[in-house]
Write a protein that binds this ligand. Structure first.
Ligand SMILES: C[C@@]1(CC(=O)O)C2=NC(=C\c3[nH]c(c(CCC(=O)O)c3CC(=O)O)Cc3[nH]c(c(CC(=O)O)c3CCC(=O)O)/C=C3\N/C(=C\2)[C@@H](CCC(=O)O)[C@]3(C)CC(=O)O)/[C@H]1CCC(=O)O
Ligand SMILES: NC(=O)c1ccc[n+]([C@@H]2O[C@H](COP(=O)([O-])OP(=O)(O)OC[C@H]3O[C@@H](n4cnc5c(N)ncnc54)[C@H](O)[C@@H]3O)[C@@H](O)[C@H]2O)c1
Length: 198
């Protein structure tokens, strides 16, 4: 998982594929520039979150990017973008060429800080999306809160339980508690200064 919070991403293209990648990446990065000669109408709904540049691709427009998605309908333009990125050490994904990409965008979903991603390494994006839909049903919205409490308890243990073995044992057991038991446990740990074994 890359931390993209302080990085710029550029997406070239304004069609269905560019839109899908923009929606996914907005979950991780607040600085996204989209460059295209034409934009689907639904991009207007994201105009306060994305920088939309209505121009044909040129190298200058992506020069300060950390990561670039080449999603135009032109293989030639996508290839040109890939070449520029390679020459300038910018990570690049080509929507039409997984083999020439530095990374592949997986099918993914979030429940708060829980991120689940599925990839078929480019063999079948449809299968990746199907498996994601199956897993999505098993991990509902309640997991956002659940993972938050787990994170709180882990922070407390890192500060107040100096015994590494004990800490690791507790952390491994916590994930089998129900959400209510977990919340009780957080309150217990919050109220004691040092956590020791029985
Ligand atoms: C997961 C997902 C994420 C996303 O896009 O955000 C994603 N594709 C999704 C859907 C999807 N894409 C396509 C279909 C039509 C049916 C089919 O072909 O199966 C469907 C199904 C649909 O629309 O439901 C067509 C397609 N896709 C690629 C090519 C070009 C090629 O392979 O050469 C072509 C043919 C284009 C053509 O015909 O010209 C390439 C890639 N697509 C990837 C990701 C990467 C591999 C991921 C992996 O294998 O795990 C990779 C390699 C590159 C990349 O994009 O990083 C997203 C699911 C989102 C979700 O619902 O969760
Ligand atoms: N990765 C995937 O999941 C996936 C899925 C389907 C298709 N594809 C591939 O992705 C590409 C895009 O698919 P799409 O359905 O979004 O296509 P699309 O035709 O809807 O959109 C292409 C976009 O590229 C823009 N464009 C073309 N030339 C440009 C240039 N020189 N500069 C800037 N913008 C330019 C167009 O204005 C348009 O907005 C295709 O190559 C397709 O083969 C990938």
């Amino acid at each position: 998982m890359l931390n993209l919070k302080n990085k710029r991403i550029s997406i070239v293209g304004g069609g269905e594929v560019a839109y899908r990648k923009a929606l996914t990446l907005l979950e991780y990065c607040p600085d996204i520039r989209v460059i295209s000669t034409f934009f689907l109408d639904k991009f207007n709904e994201l105009s306060d979150k994305l920088e939309l540049i209505n121009e044909p691709y040129r190298d200058e427009l992506i020069k300060d990017s950390f990561l670039v998605i080449a999603a135009t309908s032109s293989k030639e333009v996508n290839g040109k973008i890939a070449q520029y990125c390679r020459d300038n050490k910018i990570l690049v994904n080509l929507a039409d060429n997984p083999d020439a990409s530095d990374f592949i965008v997986p099918s993914s979903f979030k429940r708060g800080d829980l991120v689940i991603s599925v990839s078929t390494s480019g063999k079948s994006p449809s299968l990746a999306a199907k498996i994601k839909r199956e897993i999505e049903k098993q991990y509902g919205d309640e997991y956002a809160k659940y993972i938050e409490v787990l994170g709180d308890i882990r922070d407390i243990l890192l500060k107040r339980c100096p015994d590494n073995k004990l800490r690791s044992k507790i952390l491994k057991e916590l994930i089998y508690l129900s959400p209510d038991e977990l919340i009780k446990r957080r309150a217990e740990y919050e109220n004691c200064s040092w956590i020791k074994g029985e």
